[in-house]
Design a protein around this ligand. Structure first.
Ligand code: CP
Length: 337
């Protein structure tokens, strides 16, 4: 059985199916705390250092919220320019110092593998919140949690899933990590729709084909959306040499309600790691989809809190102590699922 306590979470390659089942089960146990039905300050007094050296809304805030919900304190550092990395300090030295101030660290960095480099100098667990175009393991876990919970409504599971990944599959780290996790399941059909220049990296495709999955690579949206899940992604402008180059690909695969009704199945669930680019020239997921029950994007973002709570509980070794720390809440809340 995989040991979580005291260990870094840097790549989805660390996980086997048993470890993923454990993470997803503990994530589900976090629901009453995230929904403010009960509270559980099992990490009372612990300190998370959130180091975000690239823009983020969901990952940074949901890591912080997850830690606060378990009773811990959160310190935030945003932007390398506000740290001594900008004075030439190495990631190793920074890690030696910050880990002395922390019980756990969450980190996002624009450079591939920089979080792993940082982790080598850390004396506490480091959780990868996204490293360049490489990986986004916690996003992939919350995506799997979302797929599992959305598919339950249709008596389906992750095995035998028919999923379409669409958009910038070359630079989108979330689809890299999700594909690697899906390779652990059985009989998955994955259709990859992207401009030819933004196709999924070969090593990710071979991970899936070596696992026996059917992979279709195409630049056609029509005829490829009648699936269980559409996972739309953004053109990752920040990974292109110039804004003009990114402009070449924006808006190629916009999905709106008319296209959904024409090409999708009644049960097709729409996911997106967010942010969705809603500028008219991109319009990845039109706002006319907002009233569609099968638009799961905001449920998906909420699931990030559950999964990150589970990862903190596991890495800090308190996953079996939740019930003994449970209390009722005393304030008014309108939260509904
Ligand atoms: N999905 C995701 O990583 O969103 P943020 O960039 O806002 O954290």
């Amino acid at each position: 059985m995989m040991k979580f306590q005291g260990n870094h979470i840097l790549s989805v390659s660390q996980f086997d199916r048993e470890a993923i089942s454990r993470i997803l089960a503990i994530s589900a146990q976090m629901t009453p705390y995230a929904m403010r039905q009960k509270r559980c300050h099992v990490l009372d007094g612990a300190i998370l250092n959130n180091l975000f050296f690239e823009a983020s809304t969901r990952t940074r805030v949901s890591f912080g919220t997850a830690f606060n919900l378990l009773g811990g304190f959160v310190r935030e550092t945003v932007g390398q320019e506000n740290t001594s990395l900008s004075k030439g300090e190495s990631l190793f030295d920074t890690a030696q110092v910050i880990s002395g101030y922390s019980d756990v660290i969450a980190m996002r960095h624009p450079k591939m593998h920089a979080v792993s480099e940082f982790a080598k100098g850390s004396t506490v667990p480091v959780i990868n919140g996204g490293d360049g175009a490489n990986e986004h393991p916690t996003q992939a876990l919350l995506d799997l949690f979302t797929i599992q919970s959305e598919m339950t409504r249709f008596n389906k599971g992750i095995d035998k899933l028919n999923i379409t990944l669409m958009g910038d599959l070359k630079h989108g780290r979330t689809v890299h990590s999700l594909s690697k996790l899906l390779s652990l399941y059985n009989d998955v059909k994955i259709t990859m729709i992207s401009p030819k220049a933004l196709q999924m990296p070969d090593n990710v495709i071979s991970t899936l084909t070596n696992a026996g999955h059917e992979v279709i690579v195409t630049d056609e949206m029509e005829g490829n959306l009648a699936c269980d899940i559409i996972y739309q992604t953004r053109i990752q402008q920040e990974r292109f040499a110039s804004k003009d180059e990114a402009e070449l690909y924006r808006g190629h695969f916009s999905l709106n309600k008319e296209a959904y009704k024409q090409y999708c199945q009644d049960h097709t669930v729409i996911m997106h790691p967010l942010p969705r680019d809603s500028r008219p020239e991109a319009n990845e997921l039109d706002i006319d989809l907002n009233d569609l029950d099968n638009l799961a994007i905001f449920r998906q973002a909420q699931n990030g809190v559950l999964v990150r709570m589970a990862l903190f509980a596991l890495t800090l070794g308190v996953e079996d102590k939740l019930l003994q720390h449970e209390k009722t809440i005393t304030w008014h809340t309108n939260k509904t699922k």
